[in-house]
Design a protein around this ligand. Structure first.
Ligand code: NAD
Length: 380
């Protein structure tokens, strides 16, 4: 299997054109382990690039490259919004995560990461697991998001859920001028690692929940949990979640759930949840704004996991992470207020705020030589 084929001169220019917004793209090829991977570094202006490693049986080289370029740019914005001293990067391994994984493949990948000399930190993403990176870390120190037994911060869904809760409080504040969640109704899609924790915390605050999942065990567990709180839970069918008469929709399952079909069902006043890539297209963010539905940009409200992973490089500390996660509340309020003031969608407001932060920090960091700073080499 080989996706990387010889190309004409024109193709090479097209490739450079495609990566014109990116600092560096590395193509990794190790025939002895069948590793074919792409590492895309969008920006190291705010610090070394950080971003997960996705493994997927891409149908073409272009699909893999497009994914790496798009996701790494998204990481630059996510890092700026979370105010972590990292830039955006992402890596993709071309292969089937069910069939093509070997310890040697991840060790080879670790060597490529190491060859970048600290310009890129990576860890798990779709199709890769912590175990894969236990192999990769034998070859490089530039792995983030490790299990606690390896000195990492552990389960990132804990700070992610915490961040979502702060985002929900900010959203309630904007909608109702209060943060008493017992007076607010929520429709939660997905009771997995993040959604279940969010649901538990909302129940503890006495909230009214409508929830759905395709997994009956989680549904039974949340019903049982509700009995020990002042909150209440109603189970709804997966297809009916979009039309629930709830104040806030909390998507915590999968992406693309804000689209032409679901938009017409929404009676929600706001949408604020952990799922990645909630808007099927950017235009759907504008449509939400037109309909007066407040939208919490996903890359901000779900950044608790990134905050933990980036903080890990100073030495794992759960309390410090949860403290930093609180800042998501202020960032969300900022985005909502800016959108209201400028009559723009919250997505546009969020992007503008991130771009401004990057421009400001770029000036501040003009003398900042991160690659030689000992602060990035704590685990060495
Ligand atoms: P998860 O796999 O643990 O949970 C997803 C849940 O959604 C599962 O319980 C699953 O049964 C349920 N689900 C699947 N299809 C469904 C459907 N049709 N209707 C209702 N429920 C359905 O994943 P997670 O770690 O909780 O992440 C949830 C979302 O948040 C994902 O989009 C993820 O990318 C995003 N996210 C997670 C983290 C993290 O730290 N875990 C960080 C940032 C973003």
């Amino acid at each position: 299997m080989s996706f990387i084929t010889a190309s004409s001169k024109n193709d090479n220019f097209a490739l450079l054109e495609k990566m014109s917004e990116h600092e560096q793209v590395v193509f990794c090829n190790d025939p002895s382990t069948n590793l074919q991977a792409i590492i895309a570094i969008h920006s190291t202006k705010l610090g070394p690039a950080i971003g997960g490693c996705r493994m997927h049986p891409y149908e073409s080289f272009d699909d893999a490259l497009d994914d790496a370029l798009r996701l790494s740019k998204g990481m630059t914005y996510k890092c700026a919004a979370a105010d972590v001293d990292f830039g955006g990067g992402k890596s993709v391994i071309i292969g089937d995560p069910q069939k093509d994984k070997t310890p040697e493949l991840f060790r080879a990948f670790g060597q490529f990461v190491d060859s970048l000399g600290g310009r890129f930190y990576t860890g798990t993403d779709m199709g890769t697991t912590l175990d894969d990176f236990v192999h990769a870390m034998k070859e490089t120190n530039n792995i983030a998001g490790l299990p606690e037994v390896y000195g990492g911060g552990g389960d990132s869904s804990i700070p992610t859920a915490e961040g979502v809760l702060y985002g929900l409080k900010a959203t309630s504040n904007m909608l109702f001028d209060h943060e008493n969640l017992s007076e607010v109704t929520f429709a939660i899609q997905g009771l997995g690692k993040v959604g279940f924790k969010v649901a538990e915390r909302l129940l503890d605050e006495g909230a009214t929940l409508m929830v759905t999942d395709i997994n009956d065990t989680s549904l039974n567990a949340i019903q049982e949990r509700a009995q020990t709180t002042n909150g209440s839970v109603t189970i709804v069918d997966s297809n009916d979640i979009y039309a629930q008469p709830a104040d806030i929709f909390v998507p915590c399952a999968f992406g693309g759930i804000i689209n032409d079909t679901t938009l017409n069902q929404f009676q929600f006043k706001a949408i604020a949840g952990s799922a990645n890539s909630q808007l099927l297209k950017d235009e759907h963010g504008v449509e939400l704004a037109k309909r007066g539905i407040l939208y919490a940009p996903d890359y901000i409200i779900n950044s608790g996991g990134l905050i933990q992973v980036s903080d890990e490089l100073y030495g794992a500390n759960k309390e410090r992470v949860l403290h930093k996660t609180k800042e998501i509340y202020n960032t969300m309020i900022n985005v909502y207020q800016q959108a209201e003031l400028d009559h723009i969608s919250t997505v546009v407001a969020a992007n503008q705020i991130c771009e401004k932060m990057m421009a400001n920090r770029e000036k501040r960091n003009s003398f900042f030589k991160w690659s030689s700073s000992p602060k990035w080499h704590i685990r060495h």
